[in-house]
Design a protein around this ligand. Structure first.
Ligand SMILES: NC(=O)c1ccc[n+]([C@@H]2O[C@H](COP(=O)([O-])OP(=O)(O)OC[C@H]3O[C@@H](n4cnc5c(N)ncnc54)[C@H](OP(=O)(O)O)[C@@H]3O)[C@@H](O)[C@H]2O)c1
Length: 296
């Protein structure tokens, strides 16, 4: 099976790379191999590779910077998925794409979001990601859109790494405690994606795209449970440096203003994912423990 992966150097993409080789020949692309802001490059590479499966983990993910670079965010998050979906349709490929909890407003929300809930993003990043999701849904291509949230990795720049770094430098950390979501380890996402691909391959009769066509749609894919950024930080500190934890102060979103507005509550129900594929990601606290084992 030929697989085309975008975003190979990202948190999810680099974990996917480890999982995908068991399924076939992977053409892994990053910014240098295929610029997602350039539709003609996307078309050229998809037509060259002729993949049975396209996995788009590339995205413009700088949530705050997107407020001042809306056109670039739209190109990468809104237009590139549309082009990939058009190409997937004409090449009869299955398109797997990742989206975000920031497509929901998170206002007045009392329970985890279902896929059928109305999206109402309140940031440029969220709006452009929603445009991408909607373009894929309209395209007629066989697709699986996995909406996730609060993604972290054992490497690179992310909340977990930042907290561990700050813990070494400061005696006191001020962390927002009025936003609720679910921290999700990028490896848990890659493993779940691999399990889903394997189950489709096991059921495959003609093509992967045909096998998945009746279940095309949006699926929430996060770790289990919920917490605040403050709760996430506390768990990271207790698990990574229990002997010298800096003082952790809970602050409000108002006390930590950012260019982009984030949802107050963006916990995602994974029931549809579990019912359709029998796949469940670990509880967020268990995933952190596993992730920390990868950090020396
Ligand atoms: N991170 C989160 O908390 C989070 C939450 C919910 C959903 N998601 C979604 O999950 C997916 C993967 O996120 P992630 O956390 O793995 O993000 P990430 O680590 O930022 O990776 C995204 C990758 O996309 C690449 N990229 C950006 N612009 C590009 C362009 N013009 N052409 C080609 N490649 C480009 C980046 O390359 P460079 O390194 O060169 O910039 C990066 O390697 C995205 O769809 C994201 O929206 C993420």
């Amino acid at each position: 099976m030929r697989i085309l992966l975008t975003g190979k150097d990202g948190q999810i993409g680099s974990e996917l790379l480890k999982v995908l080789s068991q399924f076939g020949e992977v053409t892994a692309t990053g910014r240098n191999e295929m610029d997602l802001a350039e539709p003609s490059q996307i078309q050229r590479i998809v037509r060259q590779v002729k993949p049975e499966l396209i996995i788009n983990s590339g995205a413009y993910t700088a949530v705050d910077k997107a407020e001042s670079e809306p056109d670039l965010a739209k190109s990468v998050n809104g237009i590139a998925p549309e082009i990939l979906a058009q190409e997937a349709k004409s090449e009869h490929s299955l398109l797997i794409h990742y989206s975000t909890d920031y497509t929901y407003s998170g206002e007045m929300q009392q329970r985890p979001y279902f896929e059928s809930d109305f999206p109402a993003p309140n940031s440029t990043y969220g709006k452009t990601k929603l445009e991408g999701d909607q373009a894929i849904e309209r395209s007629g291509a066989s697709h699986l859109i996995f909406r996730t949230g609060w993604v972290y990795s054992s490497t690179g720049k992310n909340f977990l790494r930042t907290i561990m770094k700050l813990a070494k430098e400061k005696n006191e950390l001020r962390i927002v405690n009025d936003q609720t979501g679910t921290p999700t380890w990028c490896r848990s996402i890659a493993i779940a994606t691999g399990e889903i691909i394997k189950s489709l391959i096991d059921k495959k009769e003609d093509s992967l795209s045909k096998t998945a066509s009746s279940i095309s749609g949006i699926y929430h894919m996060t770790c289990q449970g919920e917490t605040s950024w403050h709760g996430f930080a506390q768990a990271i500190l207790e698990l990574s440096c229990p002997e010298s934890i800096p003082k952790l102060l809970a602050i409000s979103t108002e006390e930590y203003p950012t260019p982009a507005t984030r949802p107050t509550y963006s916990v995602l129900s994974n029931t549809k994912l579990q019912k359709t594929f029998g796949v469940e990601l670990p509880h967020w606290e268990d995933a952190i423990k596993q992730c920390l084992k990868n950090i020396s």
